[in-house]
Design a protein around this ligand. Structure first.
Ligand code: ZN
Length: 156
């Protein structure tokens, strides 16, 4: 899968499927995106390859107070992925709307639905969490194994 920013200066290629796709309904994501939720496909950093220019990294305040780092196109400033303090630089949260075919990554889970806009209705059977979730209970076995392997790689 590939994607990029609005002006085409930034293009990226993704290797394989995401670990998970989070729809985040927190008020911070609502403000950053200007809409009702963020849609983030979580990847190991080395599965997100920039194939044109490199993004610029912008430190941005976050709900936790620890800040997040948002990778943006240096020209058109569209955000393409973020690092969050919990997962650190090892994981990139790719903004699904920047993919060439965003329909390939529907949300696996909806999080922080305690602040979901009241007129947003979620599909029947959707996995919904009022706040965040326990990765061990929600991620697939394959994703958990990839996460474990990534941690091993990061130690080296
Ligand atoms: Zn651009």
């Amino acid at each position: 899968m590939e994607g990029g920013c609005a002006c085409g200066h930034i293009r990226y290629r993704l290797t394989g499927r995401p670990l998970i796709v989070n729809a985040c309904h927190c008020t911070w994501c609502q403000r950053e995106t200007g809409t009702v939720h963020a849609l983030n496909a979580v990847y190991e950093f080395d599965r997100v390859e920039h194939i044109a220019a490199e993004p610029e990294i912008i430190d941005t305040p976050s709900a936790s107070g620890k800040g997040q780092r948002i990778a943006r196109c240096p020209v058109c400033k569209v955000a393409i992925w973020s690092n969050y303090p919990g997962a650190g630089p090892a994981m990139r949260f790719v903004r699904v709307g920047t993919m060439d075919v965003p329909s390939q990554c529907p949300p696996d889970v909806h999080i922080f639905t305690s602040t979901k806009q009241p007129w947003v209705t979620l599909p029947p059977g959707a996995k919904v969490f009022a706040e965040f979730y326990d990765i061990n209970e929600v991620w697939s076995d394959e994703a958990k194994e990839r996460r474990r392997a990534l941690r091993e790689r990061m130690k080296k």
